[in-house]
Design a protein around this ligand. Structure first.
Ligand SMILES: NC(=O)c1ccc[n+]([C@@H]2O[C@H](COP(=O)([O-])OP(=O)(O)OC[C@H]3O[C@@H](n4cnc5c(N)ncnc54)[C@H](O)[C@@H]3O)[C@@H](O)[C@H]2O)c1
Ligand SMILES: N[C@@H](CCO)C(=O)O
Ligand code: NA
Length: 431
């Protein structure tokens, strides 16, 4: 064996938070197996941190540096793992690493959904790898299946629960009656939430993941700003109760599919999911993703979508893959965006809806409500009414309708004297 065949591949780690610290530990603990699987040892040569003084059990202090740029730019490094999160300085550090000839592994969905094209093309020009399995649904293999395993098929839809924090919160609200804020603190304590939990609860994190999934599934550049997004901060105890009454649970669903005109319909919304639907039973911080494709049919992926150790598993998988490419020669897949599909305008996206409102309980009201939907081309699938004295709570489930049609019908209902305030709207899946 020549020296170059046995010399270690050098690894630099940027960030030592929830995920980075687990990656560092697993790199050290699994060193022998990783060496056998790659064919050469990995040597962790540095970890960029913000504060050097913090105690980090199991991590050699000598590896720590607060100069992330110097570490990322080292020409002797082979593989750089970016686990800082956020747009800057993560983007500049990744570009510096690529310019220095390193392959990059990242979990940074925010950056990829904002400016993946810049990073992809820099990697392409430099002839290095870019891997990001941990950026979508943590430990679940979903990026590689879309990028490689299903690349010979024609994906038509990707629907899933892709944010662990919000699934945990909604699950606690449903099963324990926990209020939103208490459940959020619990999610933060479990290391599930992003540094700023707004990204989770307002749906930005799920929308970034939806953009990445849609880019891969439909071979088109899709960005966060293309995704019609709504978080879970508006989900009330009354919504949870209404869902239960209808035999549903509320989940934050990311939906990417092809519209009839070939454009991509993309949305992240709290959705009433029928209990019989497989996505309804996904508990806690778990994620699950359904894929529909022309030849394979339906596939489902389920597993831990967040947390230090599970996410580190996906990072290490990418690290081994990129390291193998270095050892054996060759590169993983680059960006595929030849399809250049358009994005369906939010108002044109079709869904089924549950609309509830309080009305006067008197003759003709139900007919007037039904007429308003009909006039806007919205067909009703089911109507429930519960009398509450002189008023009634009316719950209407629609057939597939375009968003703008439902919004226009609701605007008209809002103007009707028979309908009191309190019209609420939620998308429906499978019920
Ligand atoms: N936590 C999860 O469950 C999870 C799951 C999947 C993906 N991710 C992604 O992994 C990445 C890391 O997430 P995390 O949960 O570990 O976040 P974290 O906040 O726990 O860790 C990030 C670390 O980076 C450090 N940092 C920030 N800027 C720095 C700089 N300029 N120089 C040196 N250090 C700096 C911070 O001090 C922090 O310790 C993010 O992109 C996140 O979206 C996280
Ligand atoms: N904050 C994210 C981490 C995984 O990307 C979540 O809750 O799913
Ligand atoms: Na993943």
């Amino acid at each position: 064996m020549t020296r170059s065949e046995s010399a270690p591949l050098k690894v630099a780690l940027l960030g030592c938070g929830v995920v980075g610290s687990q990656v560092a530990r697993q790199l050290i603990e699994q060193a022998e197996d990783l060496r056998a699987r790659i064919g050469r040892p990995l040597e962790l040569v540095g970890i960029a941190v913000r504060r050097l003084e913090i105690e980090r059990p199991g991590i050699d202090r000598a590896l720590l540096t607060d100069d992330a740029f110097a570490l990322a730019s080292r020409p002797d490094v082979d593989l750089v793992i970016e686990l800082l999160g956020g747009i800057e300085p993560a983007r500049s550090l990744i570009l510096a690493a690529i310019a220095a000839g390193s392959s990059v592994i990242t979990a940074n969905k925010a950056l990829l959904a904002e400016d993946g094209a810049t990073i992809y093309s820099a990697a392409e020009d430099a002839g290095v790898d870019l891997y990001y399995e941990a950026a979508v649904a943590g430990a679940i293999p979903i990026v590689r299946p879309l990028r490689e395993s299903l690349v010979g098929d024609e994906v038509t839809a990707v629907v899933g629960i892709v944010n662990g924090t919000t699934n945990f919160i909604l699950d606690q609200m449903h099963t324990e009656g926990t209020d939103f804020s208490t459940a959020l603190v619990q999610a933060q304590q479990l290391g599930l939430a992003e540094a700023d939990p707004t990204a989770d609860v307002e749906g930005f994190d799920a929308a970034s993941k939806a953009a990445i999934l849609a880019s891969l599934a439909f071979h088109t550049r899709v960005r966060l700003s293309d995704v019609d997004r709504e978080g879970i901060t508006g989900v009330t105890a009354a919504d949870i109760a209404a869902a239960k009454e209808r035999g549903c649970v509320i989940k934050l669903l990311a939906r990417c599919s092809l519209s009839a005109d070939g454009s991509i319909a993309l949305g992240v919304h709290p959705t009433m999911v029928a209990k019989a639907h497989p996505l309804a039973s996904i508990p806690g911080a778990y994620n699950a993703i359904f894929i529909e494709s022309r030849n394979a049919g339906q596939l489902m992926f389920m597993g831990p979508g967040a947390g230090g150790s599970p996410t580190a598993s996906a990072v290490l998988g990418d690290l081994v893959t990129a390291a193998r490419n270095r050892v054996r020669g060759g590169l993983g897949p680059g960006e595929s965006h030849y399809s250049e599909r358009g994005i369906t305008p939010a108002g044109e996206i079709s869904s089924r809806y549950y609309v509830s409102m309080t009305v006067h309980d008197e003759p003709g009201v139900l007919a007037a409500v039904a007429t308003s939907f009909a006039e806007h081309g919205v067909s009703l699938q089911a109507v429930r009414q519960e009398s509450q004295g002189a008023e009634a709570r009316l719950g209407v489930t629609t057939h597939l309708a375009k968003h703008h049609q439902v919004i226009e019908a609701i605007a008209e209902l809002d103007r009707m004297p028979e309908v009191h305030a309190g019209i609420s709207l939620m998308r429906v899946e499978g019920a």
